[in-house]
Design a protein around this ligand. Structure first.
Ligand code: HEB
Length: 785
């Protein structure tokens, strides 16, 4: 993977490439960030704070970091469990089909298609590279997404159709769950003979709403995304690597550009080029070709496009920029009535099928029945209609104009296709899939339902986090299945015995402290709080692809796997022979071994009573339950915690990114880094970069003491400027990376480092390290919820 930040240290490029924030776009909107910044998060827990009560609270929260971070989820789960889902689904159905708000009349008397588009735009921001985005927090209610041009008029869907329901059900259903559920009800309501006649689609609840725009999302470098030419930017990739300027791993791509220009790349109706854009965009969402075709064709089986007139002439500002009396709505349309038949959303106009509120095979029937020619919507956008030959060959205009008008019962229109729709027929890969769906409607239905579930749930993590009665009845490999234990879990006595076996291999020098710490870290630290993927559970560290990742130091890891598999086999055989059904999983063992190594390292530093908390219960997945390709995106291209900087010119930026994926607070990041350095957990153990201690593998605060030593002078060595040499009055010079130095050069990080470098801090250092370590080891324990 190519990292495009190679020119990042050029300050002029950096200025230009500074990510846009909500504040940059709407400088006049009221800034509330000052009310929800939590300074406690920036403070090491042992440093006194004026308000000692809050410190005590924060400290105890940190001890129970696992339970506190999941407390709000559990409380939502409890509310959700009491919810009458059946009644809620009926209420949604009724408001989709029997109400029509005068301010936004329903097309064809059915809000279903609008609701599907809302759910899809809510979920479609998901990106596989870092797991960010997706419909999991209903951030489509908040800037910038609430104002993003492609989300035009979805504000009406929330306001007029869903708000009355949200008001009624309150906190028992989050906006995020409601939006996806409404999308499902919309599809179901148009699928069967009558409401209730179709099996409810798969649905898992458990999404929790954001109440402020996410700060962690890089909204992209494009200051212009509000402009009409925003899709064009997609083509101008900075590194020439991809047509969409894909920026791995931080940006993935500008969030404003997750969808494809319906008219074709840059507005140019080039069908095959637009297929390329579709493939790029949907693969970023984690969709393969089959899923992509199913989703687009399935989606456009419903509803219509809105372009009664030219948007730039009649449509007002987006919600975030609109005047205060608009009450959070945007895109006020001054064309005639501004709604219903006069609505303007995308500027394209028309429907794809003759039954836009019914699930059928009309989309493919028409896609293949006609040859298409370019035409203009009343709004001036390029779209396609059946060409003259097709019209003549099929009985003339009246016979071909089968599409009902959304508001005038007697009027009929020609069907339309977007450039992107034609891509499904003419692209050499999409074509055969479309053909297959056309000939086999049942297959299309099945694949659409599955792909829809994936679209809407991809960011929710393991199935154990999904709530409600409508969960899938099959195992889906993209959910990284974690098998249930069909054996007894180890007890306290077993744990004591296993720890003794691990100590034996350390004492006999078969394995080092650093090997074991690295393996545990490698195993747990793939977790990302953004989509809850990765982590130690499943024991996939011993499977492909993880076990071959360079960052995992494969020589060391292979050694650990061999040693631990021995211990595991020995333990399990012993129990089998004594007729006990207890077994230890590799996943548990690798974490336990890391903990033992840390306890031993603490002992070597003079802390003899350190206990690293351990909770058994992880299980081992099989290689066959592991989608190697889909796991590849979890591979760290840089990991500052292991001083592995890949090709990145500014690995410290990626350190912060990884810390965020691990949901660490700043002091937790600092203490973990300092501890991992003295344990020599570097990916390249021989480099000793940042290992600022004379006695590696003892859990001392030496890293901080030596880094902050005022007699040491640092200067870059080598031509890439990424390794630094620290000359000190006595002793050999230290080596360090940018990630190491930033702990002393950045004022805020230095303040924290000082708190761990001072003479009175060695206990605090060990305690805080163990706490942060335990937090990381436990991040994926949804089985304990
Ligand atoms: Fe779609 C609509 C585009 C995909 C679903 N879309 C639409 C429109 C447009 C589009 C432009 C119109 C809007 C207005 O209103 O105006 N899409 C598009 C594109 C793509 C898509 C470019 C990629 C290729 N879709 C899709 C998907 C889905 C969908 C995937 C799901 C699944 N859409 C949809 C719907 C609609 C639309 C349902 C209708 C809405 C209404 O009716 O309102």
């Amino acid at each position: 993977s190519n990292i495009s930040s190679s020119n990042n240290d050029d300050p002029t490029t950096m200025m230009k490439k500074k990510p846009m924030t909500v504040r940059d776009w709407w400088p006049d909107s009221l800034d509330l960030r000052i009310l929800h910044q939590d300074p406690l998060d920036a403070r090491p827990s042992h440093v006194p704070h004026p308000s000692s009560a809050t410190v005590a609270a924060a400290a105890s929260a940190a001890t129970t970091s696992f339970s506190s971070s999941t407390a709000s989820y559990t409380s939502y789960a409890t509310k959700f469990a009491k919810l009458d889902l059946h009644a809620l689904r009926n209420d949604i159905y009724k408001s989709l089909t029997t109400t029509s708000h005068p301010a936004w009349p329903a097309d064809y008397g059915h809000y279903g298609p609008l609701m599907i588009r809302l759910a899809w735009h809510s979920a479609g921001t998901y990106r596989v590279f870092d797991g960010r985005g997706g419909g999991g927090s209903a951030n489509i209610r908040l800037p910038p997404l609430n104002s993003w041009p492609d989300n035009g008029n979805l504000d009406k869907a929330c306001r007029y159709i869903l708000w009355p329901i949200k008001r009624k059900y309150g906190q028992s259903i989050s906006w995020a769950d409601l939006i996806i559920l409404a999308g499902n009800v919309a599809i179901e309501s148009m699928m069967g003979e009558s409401w209730g006649s179709v099996q409810p689609l798969w649905f898992g609840g458990g999404r929790m709403d954001a109440f402020a725009p996410e700060e962690d999302v890089n909204w992209g470098h494009e200051p212009e995304w509000l402009k009409d030419d925003r899709h064009h930017q997609q083509q101008c990739s900075s590194n020439g690597e991809s047509s969409t300027g894909l920026e791995e791993p931080l940006g993935a791509v500008q969030m404003g550009l997750i969808y494809v220009n319906p008219e074709g790349p840059g507005g140019n109706p080039d069908i095959l080029a637009s297929a390329k854009d579709i493939r790029e965009t949907f693969s970023r969402m984690g969709m393969n070709d089959m899923e992509t075709v199913a989703l687009i064709a399935g989606g456009h089986t419903f509803g219509k496009a809105h372009g009664a007139a030219n948007p730039s002439k009649y449509v007002g500002r987006e919600p975030e920029g609109a005047s205060i009396d608009q009450m959070g709505l945007g895109w006020k349309n001054s064309f005639q009535t501004g709604r219903g038949a006069d609505a303007i959303t995308s500027g394209l106009e028309g429907a794809w099928t003759a039954n836009p509120t019914k699930w059928d095979n009309g989309y493919f029937d028409l896609l293949y029945k006609y040859d298409w020619t370019q035409s203009k919507s009343p709004g001036g956008a390029t779209q396609w209609v059946p060409n003259a030959d097709s019209i003549n060959a099929n009985g003339g205009l009246d016979a071909v104009a089968t599409v009902p008008d959304a508001h005038h019962g007697d009027v009929k229109h020609l069907p339309i296709m977007f450039t992107t729709d034609l891509a499904l027929r003419y692209d050499p890969i999409y074509g055969p899939i479309s053909k297959q769906f056309h000939l086999n409607p049942d297959l299309f239905t099945v694949e659409f339902k599955k792909a829809w579930y994936k679209l809407c749930h991809r960011d929710m993590g393991p199935i154990s986090r999904h709530l409600g009665p409508y969960l899938p009845d099959e195992t889906l490999i993209w959910q990284d299945p974690i098998p249930l234990a069909h054996y007894g879990t180890i007890n306290a006595n077993d744990i004591r015995n296993l720890k003794a076996s691990i100590m034996d291999v350390i004492y006999s020098s078969k394995i080092s402290i650093s090997d074991l710490v690295k393996a545990a870290w490698a195993s747990a630290s793939t977790y990302r709080c953004t989509d809850h993927r990765g982590g130690a559970n499943g024991g996939r560290i011993r499977l492909l692809p993880q076990k071959n990742w360079e960052v995992n130091d494969t020589t060391s890891l292979d050694r650990v796997i061999a040693v631990l598999e021995d211990i595991q086999a020995c333990f399990n055989d012993h129990h089998k022979q004594s007729n006990s059904n207890t077994q230890v999983s590799f996943a548990d063992l690798v974490i336990l071994a890391g903990n033992v190594a840390i306890e031993e390292a603490a002992r070597r530093a003079g802390h003899s009573n350190v206990r690293v908390p351990f909770v058994a219960g992880r299980t081992d997945a099989l290689q066959s339950e592991t989608d190697i390709n889909s796991f590849q995106v979890l591979q760290p291209v840089t990991d500052g915690f292991r001083n592995y900087d890949g090709k990145d010119a500014r690995p410290e930026v990626m350190l912060v990114d990884r810390a965020h994926l691990l949901s660490l607070k700043t002091p937790e990041m600092v203490v973990l880094l300092g501890g991992l350095r003295v344990l020599n957990a570097n990916a390249d153990a021989s480099s000793l970069v940042g290992v600022l201690t004379d006695r590696p593998e003892a859990l001392t605060n030496d890293f901080f003491t030596n880094l902050l030593d005022e007699y040491t002078t640092w200067s870059p060595v080598g031509d890439d400027g990424k390794v630094f040499c620290g000359v000190r009055p006595t002793g050999k010079p230290w080596k360090a990376s940018r990630v190491d130095l930033v702990m002393g050069s950045n004022a805020q990080l230095r303040a924290i480092s000082e708190a761990y470098a001072s003479v009175d801090s060695s206990n605090h250092f060990v305690n805080d390290f163990v706490r942060a370590w335990t937090k990381v080891m436990m991040l994926d324990r949804f089985d304990l919820l």
